[in-house]
Write a protein that binds this ligand. Structure first.
Ligand code: ATP
Length: 595
């Protein structure tokens, strides 16, 4: 995957089983061989007095190194560095045959090993690893040091799966012009155009390597891997690589920015984490060690409570038309865990959905649609989506954006402030702002609990409403009622914990139901039967609700804990809408159009 630098392999003298650092007096026991580089070998090493485990990098002293003083330069440079995302340097010594470097031990090997086992990584994982690499690289660049050999095998992982930049053998300080020697060093398929054309390495050359790394871990193949070196260098100089069409637009855009042929156009590390790829997607705080072998399923607390949401695998879970739930009837909650101890979806259900939906359009994580009556009029979910798109366009076409946020009205619409996606097992539960709740089940049916009389409203298919008093619910619906109660109880508990109470507003119509939900890495979109469209971005950071119709259209926008502001179509037409709300409208439109 990563052709190594064209360097001659060294023959190695055996390394003694016990080694003494003459300057510190420490005695070490050499352990097993953990890896081999072009000029070095790495062993596990234990400090005999403290039992601390290190990695020992051993470089032979024979006069066949690529350039004299290379190891000395590596030691001089590496020993002064101290950063959480750079392999720590603990000491060095030498004997007649070898130079030894005592390094922080990274027991989970490298990202090259992970990719070999996994073939590709998911976007949340890539965000997690890149964050660490960017942290370490920023530290180097701030000190005017370029790494010059960033590659997967030099991104090591410690026991906690924290990423550490290693192998500073080619790292060097920048010269006065922000560049260093015009030599062709590094790993050929990761060389930046300016390095290939011998203009010298600079900080953007490392950024280019980051682009190659990102591309490789997301697609499983490096962006530049032509049969001949000259063809590959030509592609590098032209910035010509196979378009990774199946990746999310944000991932593709960031790769294109990182792999800009002109170094001046590549993003600076200080701004990289502000890219949409990082800000609009979930980044795990930690990485489970098993993710070295299988895709992780992440769970994370929502701001409104410890809900768990499925973000395990972004990959190619992309569907065009809505994927039906499986026809399996929802089962009772007896055998399942509490919703706040479950993940959102499972790999099995994702691959199931992928098999159903070969077209790749939207980066979906989870979705569900209310079942249509096969004997009834052909209602397609696209009809509601098209209506929602029309409404969004009406708002967007209303007029130019106000230069500052106008005071919004306070007309809270009926919406779903809380939800829990338990669709991998039973269904998607939500609580309405009037205190009612509902579940769209995996089998495409819908059941709701409606205040004030606590009616149970059941829709076996779209348009067929059956209502029951709580005690009269037929036995056949007992399992679904149990799920509805389980999820409602859970959401009410959250409401109590937040100290919130339902808004005083007229209760929803008995037939109101959730027609469709779509979860992507960026947003959760809910479409109700009365045409209300609700979109939540970034967990619950920003919410947008579009309700009503025609001139009664109302846009309500909540941003980062601010009280909601509502805008009527008339207000929007008078050119008064918060710029942030319009921006979210555009993102919603984009999302809907890509369904
Ligand atoms: N600090 C460390 N902890 C654990 N393993 C390490 C550590 N440093 C290196 N290794 C392992 O040893 C291998 C050899 O590392 P080394 O830095 O000598 O060369 P390399 O970067 O893999 O190759 P090259 O020298 O060709 O660029 C690595 O691939 C890695 O698997």
């Amino acid at each position: 995957m990563e052709p190594g630098p064209r360097r001659r392999r060294q023959s190695h003298q055996p390394v003694a089983a016990f080694l003494r650092d003459p300057s510190s007096g420490r005695v070490y026991r050499r352990g097993k061989l953990i890896g081999k580089g072009a000029f070095s070998r790495c062993y596990k090493l234990t400090d005999m007095s403290t039992s601390t485990v290190f990695a020992l990098k051993v470089v032979p002293r024979a006069g066949r190194l690529p350039s004299r003083g290379k190891v000395e330069r590596e030691i001089a440079l590496h020993s002064r560095l101290r950063h959480h995302n750079i392999v720590a340097f603990h000491g060095h010594f030498a004997d007649r045959d070898h130079v030894y470097m005592v390094l922080e031990y990274c027991s989970r090997q490298s990202l090259a090993h992970v990719l070999k086992a996994r073939q590709t990584l998911t976007e949340p994982e890539v965000r997690y690893y890149l964050r660490g690499v960017i942290g370490g690289l920023r530290y180097l660049h701030q000190r005017r040091i370029v790494h010059r050999d960033l590659k997967l095998s030099n991104l090591l992982l410690n026991k906690k799966m924290e990423v550490k930049i290693g192998d500073l053998g080619l790292a060097t300080r920048l010269g006065p012009g922000g560049r260093c020697h015009r030599v062709l060093c590094g790993t050929p398929n990761l060389l930046a155009p300016e390095v290939v054309s011998r203009k010298g390495h600079s900080c953007p050359s490392d950024i280019w390597a980051l682009g190659c790394i990102m591309y490789t871990v997301l697609t499983g193949t490096p962006p530049f891997a032509a049969a001949s070196l000259s063809e590959m260098y030509q592609n590098i100089c032209d910035g010509h690589y196979p378009e990774p069409a199946h990746l999310s637009p944000n991932a593709r855009r960031l790769i294109a920015r990182l792999l800009a042929p002109d170094p001046a156009e590549r993003p600076n590390l200080d701004h990289l984490l502000q890219d949409d790829f990082f800000t609009q997607g979930f980044t795990p705080e930690r990485m489970p060690p098993h993710s070295r072998h299988s895709p992780p399923v992440f769970t994370f607390p929502q701001p409104l409570g410890s809900l768990f949401r499925k973000v395990g695998q972004l990959l190619s879970t992309q569907c065009g038309p809505p994927c039906p739930f499986t026809s399996k009837e929802a089962s009772g909650p007896g055998e399942g865990p509490e919703p706040d101890s479950v993940d959102w979806g499972s790999e099995a259900s994702l691959s199931e959905r992928r098999a159903h939906c070969p077209q790749a359009l939207v980066h979906l994580l989870t979705q569900g649609t209310l079942r249509s009556d096969p004997a009834g009029p052909q209602e397609s979910p696209e009809t509601e989506v098209a209506a929602a798109i029309r409404n969004l366009q009406l708002c967007l076409d209303a007029g130019p954006v106000a230069t500052q946020d106008p005071p919004g009205g306070q007309q809270p619409p009926l919406w779903a402030p809380r939800w829990v996606d338990y669709s991998s097992k039973y269904g998607f539960g939500y609580q309405l702002s009037d205190g009612g709740s509902g579940v769209l089940f995996r089998d495409g049916t819908h059941m709701a609990l409606r205040p004030p009389g606590s009616h149970i409203c059941y829709l076996p298919t779209r348009g067929r409403l059956e209502t029951f008093a709580l005690r009269d619910v037929p036995r056949a619906l007992g399992a679904k009622l149990a799920v509805l109660r389980l999820l409602t109880g859970y959401l009410q508990r959250r409401l109590r914990e937040e100290g919130a109470s339902p808004a005083p507003q007229p209760p929803a119509a008995l037939g109101l139901c959730l027609l469709r939900f779509v979860g992507t890495s960026q947003a959760l979109l809910l479409l109700f039967s009365d045409g209300t469209l609700q979109v939540s971005f970034g967990g619950l950071q920003t919410q947008l609700v579009l309700s009503g119709e025609g001139q009664g259209l109302l846009l309500t926008h909540w941003a980062r804990g601010q009280p909601g502001a509502s805008y009527s179509l008339g207000t929007l037409q008078r050119r008064e809408c918060a710029p942030a709300a319009l921006q979210h409208l555009r993102r919603t439109l984009h999302l809907l159009q890509s369904l």
